[in-house]
Structures are given as C-alpha cells and as structure tokens.
Design a protein around this ligand. Structure first.
Ligand code: NAD
Length: 246
C-alpha cells in the first residue's frame, strides 16, 4: 500500500491514462475510473457512468475500500459536442454539464472528509483553455469548463485552512484519440493534408502551432499534486501555447 492514493476519472482516455501512469510512477495507488475502463490500463479499473450522481460517490467509496485513504482527486472525464446554438441538442447540454461540472462537484463533495484526513489533500481538475476563452459551436463545453473554474475557486477557499488545494489545469489542444480523429475528419472535409489542417484549422487560436502531449499534462498534474504545488490554489494553471495571450 502506497503513502498516497488518487482517483482519476476518464482514466482510459488519452490524458487520464497518462495522468494515471505518471501518478503510479510517482508512488500513488490509483483508482482508474471510466465509463469503459481498460482492464490492462494503469491503476485499479473501476466502471462508472459519472453523469449519474450516485456513481461519483460510489467511485470515491471504491477508492477508500481499495486503498484506505484518498489524497488526490483528478476529475478528467470529458466529452465534446460541436453544434450551433439553434441546433444544440438539449440532452447533450445536460450530459456535458453533468460530466464536466456536476461530476467534479459530486466527487469533491464525497471525497472531502478523506481529503481533510489526508493533511495535504489535492483536487486537480482537468479543465481546458476553454475555461478561459470561448470557441463558437461549443456552448455546453465552454460553459461547463468556465463553470468548473468557479467550483475550483470556491473549493480552494473552503479547503484553505485544511491544507487542501484545488486547481484547474487548462491545456490547449492535446494529442489524444479524440483530437486525432478530428484532424483526420477535417483533412477529409477540407481536402487538406493533415499537417495543414492542424495548423490552419485546429491550432488556429494557438500562438504555438503544436499539440501538447498527454504526458506533458500529466507532468503538470504531478507537480500540482506534489509538495512543490502547495502554493497553487484557486487558480487555472494555463498551458495553452499562447492561446489566451491575444
Ligand atoms: P478522451 O476522449 O481521450 O478521454 C475521455 C475519457 O472519458 C474516455 O476514456 C471516456 O470513456 C471517459 N468518459 C466519457 N464519458 C464518461 C462518463 N459518462 N463517465 C465516465 N467516464 C466517461 O479525452 P481526452 O482528450 O483525454 O480528455 C480528457 C479531459 O481533458 C476532458 O475533460 C477534456 O475536456 C480535457 N481537455 C482535452 C483537450 C484535448 O485537446 N484533448 C484539451 C483540453 C482539455
């Protein structure tokens, strides 16, 4: 049994897998929560649909059952939907808000007693550059990501006197299966080579025209979760390749 235990959601996906791997390398026990958990992936797999309220508390209970403690929660599970406002399906709005905003709230609520006990509790939400700036046709995603930053600030104030820090990592585009599929699709639609789609379409808002690697997001999570991250709380930790500098 390790000295610190973590719960990572969306752990079977691009960023969640990299974060889980890195935390395990750093000596954490990790509960790897996902809608479709990978039995061969890093950490102890746990199946949960986090759009359902009770599943969030169940995931926290599972972490405590497995590890007897919980020091770090990384709400990371996410989905996207791109549509103009007049056509945006209401049920997609509800699902995205449930996963990107309500799930982090429910996880924090359920984990709070364990984080208090930890003495150095941490919540590191994987938000997005879209917590700070908008793009058209992503109303639910942008709203939920902005909202989760409000949650992060509020919990930082509540945790301050208890040694709990709460932060939001805000990356620009990260090389994950989700984005790679977008590149291939856009290349087909625009009749452009993939490198040009990347620069002219996907990476257009970024000053640095490069994708971030999932391991680079994991590095930032590991920093914030560790002793050197102690002074970061209630803030977006922005790794946006110059996106919001404009
Ligand atoms: P991904 O699609 O590779 O992984 C997301 C994971 O979430 C998947 O394994 C999926 O099964 C899981 N998931 C989806 N719905 C779920 C549900 N209802 N319950 C439990 N798990 C569920 O995506 P990713 O790119 O690794 O994104 C991870 C996080 O990073 C998301 O919050 C996303 O918004 C954020 N983010 C991604 C990028 C990017 O460019 N990829 C940039 C900024 C922020």
């Amino acid at each position: 049994m390790s000295e610190r235990a973590a719960l990572v959601t969306g752990a079977a996906g691009g960023i969640g897998r990299a974060v889980s791997q890195r935390l395990i390398a750093d000596g954490y026990d990790v509960l790897a929560v996902d809608l479709k958990p990978d039995p061969d992936g890093p950490g102890v797999p746990f199946q949960a649909d986090l759009t359902e309220a009770e599943a969030n508390a169940a995931a926290v209970r599972a972490a405590l059952d497995h590890f007897g403690r919980l020091d770090l929660v990384v709400p990371n599970a996410g989905i996207q939907h791109v549509a103009p406002i007049g056509e945006f399906p209401v049920e997609r709005w509800d699902t995205i808000v449930a996963l990107l905003l309500t799930s982090p709230f429910l996880l924090a609520r359920a984990a709070w007693p364990a984080l208090l006990e930890s003495g150095a509790g941490r919540i590191v939400v994987i938000a997005s550059a879209h917590a700070l700036a908008a793009s058209p046709y992503k109303s639910a995603y942008v709203s939920a990501k902005h909202g989760v930053l409000g949650l992060v600030k509020t919990l930082a104030l509540e945790g301050a006197e208890h040694g709990i820090t709460v932060t939001a990592v805000c990356p620009a585009y990260v090389r994950t299966p989700l984005v790679e599929k977008q590149i291939a699709d856009q290349a087909r639609v625009h009749g452009l080579p993939e490198e040009e789609v990347l620069e002219q379409v996907i990476l257009a808002p970024q000053a640095v025209k490069q994708l971030i690697e999932p391991s680079e997001v994991a590095d930032v999570v590991a920093f914030l979760a560790g002793p050197a991250g102690r002074t970061f709380t209630g803030v977006p930790v922005t790794m946006d390749q110059g996106w919001t500098a404009r």
